[in-house]
Design a protein. Structure first.
Lengths: 294, 608
């Protein structure tokens, strides 16, 4: 499983230059979040789910399913309680109308939320910390360094917390039945780790200055080069993004929910318009076919 | 050709009465491997920090440090304006810009973890070059080169946090070398490493010195290997330089013995003791390593005892004798076994078994040392004993009680006993004493240990006072624990544990980062405590320490304990995994494990 994740960083979208992959993923996220068209959201959600299953396997994806359903239920019910617009009144709650339209809007919103969540998760899997460091570093080297140092510190702190906890447990301090005592103990362990790390940070800053940090303008080492494939990918993505953005933004394909649902165009028209969107959302699968390791 | 010259350098810390450096005059040649040694607090570190103005502690400096390295445009440094009539007059170190300083002087310190800055190994290697504004093309080339030199291609994509201490130190060395420094300055770089990693690190230093011609200035207190590597040894004591010269020349004049190669200590002591009885051919060429030591012994016993005939004498009898004594002790003490494990097995994930069938027992007042390399399961065993992990199979019995499941096991007392957990039980001294410190003064730190224990306030104060005395920390009550020296921190951590009146103390690498004298002090303390009935399980790499202080030793290998014996026969029975003194003298006297024993043996033989 771990190996699978490792490869993901360098396969499909991960094979491409981080900036190209990042542009694609951010646009996919925008295309998902800036529409309330149920057809488009459905496409985005199906694309998101199928790609997640493709990269992490059904077995590991199953843990996400309850959360996605929870999001869906909360937004649906929430919107039914909050919003009282709509023509079809189902029943009244505390003298407030609870309508079918509000429920439908909430449901579509929930699906959109779930889809956006999945696309964020995909982004997080492909654009690893190392790539974020690189992208920030090439714009502002100091920012990149800070991110890199943070990414280094988190596992370090976790390791130290383990060591401190082991020592405290052996002094008989680790395991309290009382919740308050346990919180106090946790606070103590955390403060040990922090002061220990601050003490180390003084050494680190000394080492940084002996290595010439702060002696003038920094440059940024990059592990990534722009390949021909990256340019082609970017060109294709931008070209495909145009029809996708048209269907998302143009009023012609707009769907309205209140007072009752309806669309500005026929279903067939909308389906035809959505083809570009569909192709855009399934690009990761295409990339996966092109950029794979045999 | 001189590269750096110290001219009458004095240094005083603010508010201090005595000088930290007193009239230092030394000349360091280009391409030399310079070793600076001397007892703790003699000013070694202060001396080398003078070459690193960026991290030099604040204080008052007199005298001049001249740097002669600017002339040959190496590193793209500015052409030296101080060359008159073709003669290099050098320039004052203070005249160099920070960037030139960073390029000229590379620095490696003691703590591997705090020297890591970024998250990935490749970024760590690039870090220094990024700082001084190197272009991408040159960085790529240098990183490729340094990976070839260090053989660390496969590390490039690794997370820094996943490296071991030795690997971190190696990565830092590489990231300093990639900047092509003219001078490499190292402050006790192997202090926190296990012997094998330390050995690798020192070998790499020797390679850098020999293959790249980089000048190396090394401060070290563990000299068993480093001493013979140096071209020039600077011996410091009480803030001034006592003598300078090649290792062999200096060896004769050295005032202190601590930490020197065992062969040298033995040879010098025998020379001092023997006087006229000394064979003439053994008086020259003092040995610096084991091989030379063996030759030296052969010369010493020339014609008296030849190793081959001596080997004919059956020593197994002696060893068996020892074993029988051990057996008697064992039968006597089996009644009083305090810690016992049986067939412990553990695996972090399937396919990689870390512990298999690990059984041993420790009796009251015994010092048991578990030796073995990295990845043999030693630290996992400690985690099982300290109940942060749960064994997959097998049992642990502490003070007659079986450790139950995960975490609940530390409760070694019957139900209804209100004293805090851990009291009068088994405690763990972690590798890094800082992991135990919670308070802002030494006094509070010790008091914290007594929180919730059934004593009155006065009794607690008295206990803390007594403990301060026992730890030799009186006068340091108001200090912050972090402001103590490494050895004192170790003592304070032990003190915290001792206040819990433990019956068993587990120690994880207690000698890490301690110099020779501190190690001896720690060992003596452990011996005294053991005499009072506290049992010790010490997990360590430190063979010399185990040979000197342990009652019994075990060798851990591949998840099990493969050899358990009383300390003396353990080392006498091993061929590679034994002390340097034993390796040197085993042809003549296999049961001598410590330098003193070899010295005594030599003196005895010379008498006859």
């Amino acid at each position: 499983m771990v190996l699978r994740d490792k490869l993901l960083e360098k396969r499909g979208l991960g094979f491409l230059h981080p900036v190209c992959a990042f542009i694609y993923l951010v646009m996919a996220l925008i295309l998902t979040m800036f529409t309330m068209n149920p057809m488009l959201i459905g496409i985005s959600l199906v694309a998101g789910i199928s790609y997640e299953i493709h990269i992490m396997g059904l077995y590991r994806f199953r843990r996400y399913i309850p959360w996605l359903i929870l999001i869906f239920i909360i937004t649906t019910l929430g919107n039914m309680v909050i919003s009282h617009n709509g023509a079809h009144v189902l029943f009244r709650l505390n003298d407030n109308r609870v309508t079918l339209e509000a429920g439908f809007y909430g449901a579509v919103f929930g699906l959109m939320f779930a889809a956006a969540f999945l696309w964020c998760d995909i982004t997080q899997r492909i654009i690893t910390g190392e790539k974020i460091t690189y992208m920030f570093g090439s714009v502002a080297p100091n920012m990149g360094l800070i991110i890199s140092m943070t990414l280094h510190y988190i596992p370090m702190l976790r390791k130290r917390l383990e060591v401190v906890h082991a020592a405290q447990v052996s002094m008989g301090r680790g395991d309290y039945k009382n919740r308050w005592d346990r919180a106090k103990q946790w606070g103590k362990e955390f403060s040990i780790v922090i002061s220990w790390s601050l003490e180390n940070a003084i050494d680190t800053s000394a080492i940084m200055s002996t290595m010439g940090y702060g002696t003038g303008k920094r440059t940024n080492y990059s592990n990534y080069r722009i390949k021909k494939a990256d340019l082609w990918f970017l060109f294709i993505v931008l070209a495909l993004a145009i029809p996708a953005f048209i269907v998302v933004l143009s009023l012609e394909f707009k769907v309205y929910y209140y007072p009752t649902f309806g669309a500005m165009c026929s279903l067939r028209h909308m389906a035809f318009g959505s083809i570009g969107y569909l192709i855009y959302m399934f690009i990761p699968f295409v990339a996966e076919r092109f950029f794979k390791w045999h | 050709m001189a590269l750096i010259r110290f001219e009458n350098v004095d240094f005083t810390y603010p508010g201090a009465e005595n000088k930290a450096l007193d009239n230092i005059n030394i000349e360091i040649n280009d391409g030399d491997f310079v070793l600076i040694c001397g007892p703790s607090g003699c000013g070694k570190t202060t001396l080398i920090k003078q070459l690193l103005p960026e991290i030099c502690p604040y204080g008052y400096r007199e005298g001049r440090i001249v740097y002669y390295g600017l002339t040959n445009d190496y590193n793209g440094l500015a052409h030296n304006p101080n060359v008159y009539d073709g003669q290099n007059k050098g320039c004052d170190l203070d005249e160099l810009s920070p960037r030139d300083l960073a390029r000229t002087f590379g620095f490696v310190g003691q703590n591997p973890q705090s020297q890591m800055v970024t998250d990935k190994v490749w970024h760590e290697l690039a870090f220094g070059m990024e700082n001084i504004g190197t272009t991408q093309e040159i960085m790529e080339r240098r990183i490729a080169e340094i990976c070839e030199f260090f053989g660390m291609q496969s590390w490039l994509d690794k997370d820094v946090a996943s490296l071991s201490g030795g690997e971190m130190q190696m990565v830092h060395l590489a990231s300093v070398m990639v900047m092509e420094p003219r001078v490499l300055i190292l402050d006790e770089p192997t202090g926190q490493l296990d012997p094998l990693a330390a050995r690798n690190f020192l070998d790499m230093l020797a390679r850098i010195n020999q293959e790249l011609g980089t000048t190396i200035i090394l401060v070290e207190h563990h000299l068993e290997e480093a001493y013979a590597m140096a071209d020039m040894v600077v011996v410091m004591d009480e803030a001034s330089v006592k003598c300078v010269g090649s290792p062999r020349d200096v060896a004769g004049e050295l005032g202190f013995r601590a930490g020197l190669p065992s062969a040298l200590i033995i040879a010098k002591s025998v020379l001092d003791g023997a006087g006229e009885k000394m064979p003439v051919n053994a008086t020259y060429d003092l040995p610096l390593n084991v091989a030379e030591g063996q030759k030296w012994l052969r010369r010493l016993f020339d014609g008296k005892i030849s190793p081959s005939t001596y080997e004919m004498v059956d020593h197994t009898a002696d060893i068996q004798n020892d074993v029988s004594i051990d057996k008697i002790q064992k039968t006597k003490s089996t009644l009083d076994v305090v810690l016992k494990t049986q067939e412990l097995c553990f695996a972090y994930d399937e396919g990689k078994v870390v512990l298999q069938d690990c059984s041993f027992s420790i009796s009251r007042g015994e010092i048991f040392t578990l030796l073995g390399g990295n990845g043999t399961g030693k630290s996992t065993l400690l985690k099982l004993l300290s109940t942060t992990l749960k064994p997959a199979y097998g049992t642990i019995e502490v003070l007659g009680r079986k450790l139950g499941g995960f975490k609940d096991s530390i409760q070694l007392k019957p139900k209804g006993d209100k004293t805090p957990l851990g009291y009068e039980g088994m405690v763990l001294l972690p590798q890094d004493p800082m992991a135990l410190f919670t308070e802002i003064t030494v006094w509070d730190e010790l008091r914290e240990s007594l929180d919730g224990l059934p004593y009155s306030l006065d009794e607690k104060d008295k206990l803390v006072l007594d403990m301060l005395q026992q730890l030799k920390l009186t006068g340091y009550e108001k200090r912050h624990p972090y402001d103590l020296s490494g050895g004192q921190q170790q003592m304070l951590a032990i003190g915290k544990l001792l206040l819990l009146k433990p019956q068993i103390i587990l120690m994880d690498e207690p000698t890490k980062g301690l110099d020779y004298d501190r190690k001896i002090a720690l060992g003596q303390m452990i011996t005294e405590l053991a005499a009072d009935g506290i049992s010790f399980l010490i997990v360590s790499h430190d063979i010399e320490f185990a040979a000197r202080f342990a009652h019994r030793c075990g060798l851990m290998h591949d998840g099990r304990i493969v050899a358990v014996d009383n300390a003396k026969s353990f080392f006498a029975g091993n061929s590679f995994f034994t002390t340097a003194a034993n390796r040197m003298a085993r042809r003549f006297c296999p049961e001598a494990v410590l330098p003193e024993e070899v010295i005594a043996f030599c003196a005895r033989e010379l008498e006859e």
